[in-house]
Design a protein around this ligand. Sequence first.
Ligand code: CDP
Length: 207
Amino acid sequence: MNDRVIAIDGPAGSGKSTVARRVAEALGWSYLDTGAMYRAVTVRVLALGLDAGDAASVARVAASCVLGVGERVVIDGEDVTDRLRDDDVNRAVSAVAANPGVRSAMVERQRAFARHQDHGTVVEGRDITTVVFPRAELKVYLTASDEERARRRGDEDPSSVARRDAADRGRTASPLRQDADARVIDTTDRTVEDVVEEVVTWAKTLS
Ligand code: CDP
């Protein structure tokens, strides 16, 4: 067991997933993509024919599902990895993620994941620095200009990205916000390697 955590938050297209995965590789730590968890629950909700806004039913799915998030994402026995970024999921995920019942079920699983790793965990999402791991030893907030973030999200319509960002920032339950202790990196004009190196350098000064 090892509950060391590097927490990374930021909006869509800020580079969280790529940076978090590479930092984890560089340190030999585990990596957890919490967005994939909200997306997987959304896929399941849609497959069950539920309305994403039906808070009680959606929260029940989140609390009772069997969810595995790694190289592949599997929920209730179905590999949904290739469904996670489909348009219908992009449209419904904000409502699912704004549901307090869904959030408490996911946050509990995220903390359990980190507790069970042999080394530390790099965790990324929208509320990781602020709510899930407020005592993480390193907190990073990634940003990028709106234009650059839209460019990186090539296959998602810019208006869909903007709607998701607005919903993530404006919701009552754990909105995306920059934690006061987070180190901020604007990734707009920087390479992935450069950003990864900066985070790894910070991480090494802590250990
Ligand atoms: O890759 P991208 O940043 O576009 O999105 P993602 O990380 O896959 O997350 C998808 C959606 O899940 C976000 O738009 C949020 O609504 C939600 N989410 C969240 O609420 N909390 C998290 N810790 C991670 C994702």
